[in-house]
Ligand binder design. Structure first.
Ligand code: PBG
Length: 329
């Protein structure tokens, strides 16, 4: 038998060599931290379904966002939990609504932070659906002008980036048009372009009480079995003017992230969603796995698949670890 000339193990012997030949690295500057905001003052309530994540009022939120920034996580993505919900989710468009107030407070205190705002109606409607309901279904085209209104209210409040998450057809074009007509041509859109109808959103829906009261999200979010369709979704959003495209969830869809990045070469984000985070927390709590290492392995796999930006509830933990010097996985 011929002796192997190339021994793969040679480069795995010395830890410094292993580091030198590391192909993928991740820094806190590539992360976006999703944050939940509620009305009030001085609030910091732990979210039962997401251990280590909190519902903040605008004042404590600004403080937390400031410390994230100091640790290198310079972008946050806001989700609002309003005082009251109604049929059409009106408070989502209120210039004085919870997200709008939170944006203003963060920007006042820390103008350097990139404040991204999630744009959807499911947190604001009593039925928990992402738009106007007609005959038991989301009325796509009736929802569009409301999305434009919501986007403008975010822009006026000082949002730095608008992230429509509802998978409503034509949303990106409608929002782009509304922003451009109102002097916000400079404001980027990160579209949740390929968002799957996923059970991994469970803990998030508990956190914002947005579980649909009837039906599910299969008529607008994607079938987990499809990836060609993801290409079509991303194509349309790029055509409509999306600046950054997102795949969501991340871990069960690494192939989709890879496909989207290689096809479009667009700035690509991946959302490491609530269920992916909660699973690790639960397993770690039971002593079943090493939480830090699993976190690092997950995050690096998302980057390796092709994501430029990772939206993750682990952002703060990752940044703290990064500051100490990341351990080898
Ligand atoms: C919709 C929205 C959802 C998430 C982000 N934006 C929930 C959904 O589509 O039901 C999920 C995020 C997560 O699970 O972490 N506004």
């Amino acid at each position: 038998m011929e002796f192997p000339l190339r021994r793969m193990r040679r480069l795995r012997m010395h830890p410094v060599v292993r580091s030198l030949v590391t192909e993928t690295r991740l820094t806190p500057g590539e992360l976006i931290a999703p944050l939940f905001v509620v009305p009030g003052k001085g609030v910091k309530d732990e979210i039962p379904s997401l251990p280590g994540q909190y519902r903040y009022s605008p004042d404590t939120l600004a403080e937390h966002a400031g410390s994230l920034y100091d640790r290198g996580v310079k972008a946050v993505l806001l989700f609002g939990i309003p005082e009251s919900k109604d049929d059409s989710g009106l408070s989502a468009c209120d210039p004085n609504g919870i997200v709008q107030r939170a944006v203003t407070v963060i920007k006042e205190k820390h103008s350097q932070i990139l404040v991204c705002t999630d744009l959807c109606f499911c947190e604001y409607t009593t039925h928990g659906h992402c738009g106007i309901i007609k005959d038991g279904q989301i009325d796509n085209d009736a929802t569009l002008p409301l999305l434009a209104e919501q986007a403008l209210s975010h822009a006026k409040a000082g949002s730095d980036l608008i992230a429509p998450s509802g998978m409503i057809d034509g949303a990106v074009k409608t929002i782009r048009h509304a922003l451009d007509q109102n002097g916000f041509t400079h404001l980027p859109i990160m579209s949740y372009a390929a968002k799957y109808a996923s059970a991994f959103y469970g803990p998030f829906r508990d956190a914002v009480q947005s579980a649909p009261q009837f039906g599910d999200r299969r008529t607008h979010q994607m079938n987990p079995a499809n990836s060609r369709e993801a290409v079509a979704e991303v194509f349309l959003d790029v055509e409509e003017g999306a600046d950054i495209v997102m795949v969501k969830p991340a871990l069960a869809y690494l192939d989709v992230i890879h496909k989207v990045k290689s096809r479009f070469q667009m700035p690509t984000a991946a959302y490491n969603v609530s269920g992916e985070y909660a699973m690790v927390k639960a397993a770690a709590q039971k002593g079943l796995l090493d939480e830090q290492k699993v976190m690092l392995e997950m995050l690096i796999s998302i980057k390796r698949a092709g994501a430029d930006i990772v939206i993750t509830y682990f952002a703060d933990e990752f940044a703290r670890l990064y500051a100490q010097g990341l351990p080898e996985i």
